[in-house]
Design a protein around this ligand. Structure first.
Ligand SMILES: [Zn+2]
Length: 368
């Protein structure tokens, strides 16, 4: 497939999403998006079977954006990309959007192999370092208390125990001792392009996106995905957090970018329709908040709210991810005064304490 010559077709913000590069590259192979930007796809070992990485022309070499999971298969594919696809050209830097293992997994290995520095935001780096250091065999009590409080039964708690603790370091190669920090508002010149660093939160604390005003291109990581939704979870390490508020704020902020921005996401395919997709995701969360609020009318634990959020019965790791999302929606409702928490033994039961007025919730999202 030939690269895009010009994606800047005038668009209306309500138009359906368009995928101008419909065929994704094979695993370990690249496809040119536009001059100086290559789309590289690597396999994942989850239900979601791929991640998109990007290579950005940087002088006589390339900058790498996101890295893939630390598995021998992905390392093998990277060897081929570095030696054959890029013909041994120098790697100028390894830029990572956020700390999740599919993005940061091979950053340390790539920096070691190529001599390139790692570039990240501070919070993502510190969180990665913290998680790398918290490997131990037994699951700590506060983790079990978190899941018990959310309504897990004995079998589900056994699953948490058997999952172990500190799995992060198994999926992420050793991080370099030092790194280059960027933050919201910084400018990053990569080759002939200047990118603004835009930061979102909610999926991870300080998630970086790279935006080129001249090209109208946003490299979005997990902040903006066209076909699936990013996981927005409360975790035991910060058990009273309200990440959904941060996420909704970030989605609203996305609409400051022009309607015709080409989004290069970390999953699915590059697309046009940033405003439409932001609206869809905000509407989706409002719908879910409303359904969860409905469940709280008869009092519910976080696990009782699953039917309001998921069509299928959750098992295994999906149960952990789903629980995090359920707690996130309940915490949002609690924060805006629509539910109250009551302790029943070890479990938190949420009760509706106000009427869900959709317009009021919408105004709150847009005005903050
Ligand atoms: Zn992620």
């Amino acid at each position: 497939m030939s690269p895009l010559k010009d994606h800047r077709i005038p668009r209306d913000q309500g138009e359906p999403l368009v995928y101008p590069l419909d065929e994704p590259p094979q695993f370990g192979e690249v496809q040119e998006v536009t001059e100086g930007i290559l789309w590289l796809r690597m396999p994942l070992i989850f239900d979601l079977n791929h991640i998109n990485l990007y290579l950005l022309r940087d002088g006589d070499g390339w900058a790498i954006l996101d890295t893939g999971l630390n598995t021998s298969m992905v390392r093998g594919m990277w060897e081929k990309v570095l030696d054959e696809t890029l013909a041994g050209a120098p790697i100028s830097r390894v830029i990572v959007t956020h700390y999740h293992p599919d993005h940061l997994g091979l950053a340390g290995w790539l920096c070691e192999r190529t001599g390139a520095p790692l570039v990240m935001t501070g919070m993502e780096m510190m969180l990665a370092r913290f998680l790398m250091a918290t490997g131990r065999d037994a699951v700590p009590d506060h983790v079990l208390s978190f899941y018990r409080e959310a309504g897990f039964d004995d079998d589900q708690l056994d699953f948490v125990r058997n999952m172990g603790y500190g799995n992060y370091s198994r999926m992420v190669s050793a991080l370099p001792e030092n790194y280059l920090r960027f933050r919201a508002g910084d400018k990053l010149t990569i080759g002939t392009r200047e990118f603004d660093i835009r930061v979102g939160s909610g999926h991870s604390p300080e998630h970086a996106c790279l935006y080129s005003y001249v090209d109208g291109i946003l490299i979005a990581g997990d902040q903006m995905l066209p076909r699936i939704t990013s996981n927005i979870s409360v975790y035991p390490a910060e058990d009273r957090a309200n990440p959904l508020k941060d996420w909704l704020d970030s989605l609203v902020a996305m609409k400051q970018l022009p309607v015709d921005t080409l989004v290069l996401p970390a999953h699915n395919e590059p697309f046009l329709g940033l405003h439409k997709r932001s609206d869809e995701m905000i509407d989706g969360h409002i719908r879910r908040l409303k359904s969860v609020h409905e469940m709280t009318k008869k009092g519910c634990a976080a696990t009782d709210a699953f039917p309001a959020l998921f069509k299928r019965k959750l098992k295994g790791f999906d149960l952990i991810m789903g629980l995090g999302e359920s707690v996130a929606h309940l915490h949002y409702l609690e924060d805006i005064g629509l539910v109250e928490r009551e302790r029943a033994g070890d479990v938190s039961i949420f009760h509706a304490s106000g009427k869900f007025d959709e317009m009021d919730v919408r105004l709150r999202i847009w005005s903050e």
